[in-house]
Design a protein around this ligand. Structure first.
Ligand code: MD6
Ligand code: FE
Length: 217
């Protein structure tokens, strides 16, 4: 019952250190910003719809993806890469909405990465059952710039490992409005998202959105 009583109350912002170079900014996104981000997601997806990409090994990703900004991250049988062309819409990715850019820069600065200048934003949608296996983000040219990752909607379990795939990952719950900023010594750490549990969220309905900002080139 307590869950229902408190479900509508905003959480207080706080900062947690995951490891050197990786910070979890809890409840960093305000209600107003969250609504702006959702409006931005709608605009982006109207131009470049979500799709399930193929891994180089031929598997269909359970997470549905799109992008905005100058470059988008794509995967197909030919490999993982960034490109300015959306292969589905057959035109450039839509521009990064102002609210996306403002939030990403503010989060990076809060985490000690002043001057973050993202040129790519991956839009991920997790439906119940979707997951992302442990991986490193290593397709970017400038490893000095951090990654900023924003969670909206249903909660997820973030897996944070070490520099080797076999390092046992920490598990942490990411809720709507939480932001992970990732750089420096942690930039190449293995990480992933455990299978999304079913649920309903006032902001997104029956899914989780994740926005991941990077400097690709
Ligand atoms: C996700 N995030 O949260 C997937 N990558 O849905 C990532 O893959 C990620 O959260 C690099 C840095 C932070 C992240
Ligand atoms: Fe990642």
């Amino acid at each position: 019952m307590t869950g229902d009583l408190f479900a509508g109350l905003a959480r207080d912002p706080s900062v947690e250190r995951i490891t050197e170079g990786a910070l979890l900014l809890r409840a960093f996104v305000s209600e107003e910003e969250a609504a702006q981000l959702m409006a931005g997601i709608e605009t982006v997806l109207a131009a470049s719809p979500l799709r399930h990409m193929q891994t180089p090994g031929g598997f269909r990703m359970s997470v549905a993806m799109s992008n905005c900004g100058r470059f988008g991250w794509v995967t197909d049988r030919r490999g993982y890469r960034y490109q300015s062309l959306d292969p589905l819409a057959e035109r450039d990715w839509p521009p990064m909405p102002d609210a996306f850019m403002a939030l990403a820069v503010r989060a990076a600065e809060t985490a000690g990465f002043a001057g973050f200048d993202p040129d790519a934003c991956l839009v991920n949608r997790y439906d119940p059952g979707a997951r992302m296996s442990l991986h490193q983000d290593k397709n970017e040219q400038d490893m000095a710039q951090p990654i900023v990752s924003v969670s909206l909607g249903l909660p997820a379990t973030f897996l944070f490992g070490g520099m080797a795939r076999t390092d046992k990952p920490q598990r942490m719950r990411l809720e709507s409005g939480d932001v992970v900023v990732w750089g420096g010594a942690a930039r190449l750490a293995f990480h992933g998202i455990d299978t999304l549990r079913d649920g309903e969220h006032a902001l997104t309905g029956r899914c989780r959105y994740n926005l991941t900002f990077r400097r690709a080139r």
